[in-house]
Design a binder for this molecule. Sequence first.
Ligand code: PLP
Length: 384
Amino acid sequence: MPTYARLPITLDRGKGAWVWDTAGKRYFDALSGIAVCNLGHAHPAVAEAICDQAGKLVHTSNIYRVDLQERLADQLCHLSGMDNAFFCNSGAEANEAALKLARKYGHSKGIHSPKVLVMENSFHGRTLFTLSATGNPKVQEGFEPLVDSFIRVPYGNLSSAHEVNDPDIVAILVEPIQGEGGIRIPHEDYFPGLRALCDARGWLLMMDEVQAGVGRTGAWFGFQHSGILPDVMTLAKALGNGIPIGACLARGTAATVLTAGKHGSTFGGNPLACRAGLTVLDTILNDQLVQRARELGERILNGFKERLVQNSKVIEIRGKGLMIGIELNLDCSHLVGFALEKGLLINVTAERTVRLLPPLIMSDDEAAHLIASVSELIEEYAAH
Ligand code: PLP
């Protein structure tokens, strides 16, 4: 079905931060498949683990214990401070699990029409429940009636969250940095404030870490920059470096809500996906890539600021770790195609923000190449 307005290239191989199309042209991948291939392409440890696991056991069923799933859950809980995990296959499914958890939590408190507080400009997925949670009328249009259990407030605005006082609210679902919404980074008081609000009102704080999680922002998970712990956290994208996997993790009371028979997935957490996930976490730990993302992110952000800050078409350069946005005062509809011609994979979110999500395994030279090539691209595009 024509659900994607695809660009006219076909990629057929990759190595590290680079990919090649079927005509042999090379591109620098500054998007990592939208925050998926954090370890770059054809990472030897990931490739070896997938091949080895494929020769042993790809899939059994959640009817039985799955050792690799238990090990991945343990490792994720250790890194995040959560207590347990439910595995699925995508970000939307991870958020779907979180939203079901929130509803069931509400019912356990005698709230029969539980509602979740969500944000303007958010993105949580394309299933009907997660689409309804998403704060973007463009992607919702034509799918009404939406699921009617959300109250929406502006992102980053603590007082508007405080002002909402509906007794049916049971949880807040929020991204640590809005990715699809244009790389929006809230003030450092925001998440401690939301945490305190949830504690005061008995709401669950649910962080959607699908895009920001797994090392990308220079912390294992975005919430860790604020020194808080959510009750629920969702993951997908980079967890498998391209092997589909999602997870919904929970802590404390939230971890007791979904009991046997209340949720499930045929593929979720199968041995192949979990072996990939474990290998991704091991590699990030062994190669100290969280630290590396933080250092490279600072260097790249400073590089862009030095080179582009004087450009009248550049409104703002912002980022955390390797989640970087350059907001332009321009119609960007031809920018991605122009970048392709120049051998660069980027994208544009929120219409005017160039989004960069390069792999965490970049070398120093590749980081310098990223700064130079993206700056040149923006300068040339702005000049024309
Ligand atoms: N949540 C966030 C923050 C995302 O950025 C995305 C995808 O971009 C999703 C959820 C949905 O993930 P998926 O496309 O794997 O369903």
